[in-house]
Write a protein that binds this ligand. Sequence first.
Ligand code: FES
Length: 122
Amino acid sequence: KSEDEVVWITYVLRDGTKKKIRGKVGDNVMYLAHRYDIELEGACEASLACSTCHVYVDDAFANKLDEPKEEEEDMLDQAPALRPNSRLGCQIILRKDLDGMTVTLPQMTRNFYVDGHKPQPH
Ligand code: FES
């Protein structure tokens, strides 16, 4: 693949380790993580029906992303530890201008935070 298509993304794992991944234009941040065994969940397979792919996007890049659509906002509202730079990983599609972006996995998600109280799908 051509160098123009390369988009480097750093994932900060839950234990603080950084993993720099060579992605490409068009990659989905959630699926890209899966390809490299990064423990970013994606319970609903990118259908905007969960919030387990929640990530924090570093500020330098948060503004470059398209505004979240309403469905994304609704799902984010249900994610624990929400921050202003919270996004759903499965809604971030890599572009060349996102080269160098860092995304951080939150310390908890709905799935392993609410032990025994797994939220029901709507
Ligand atoms: Fe469910 Fe992203 S994988 S909203």
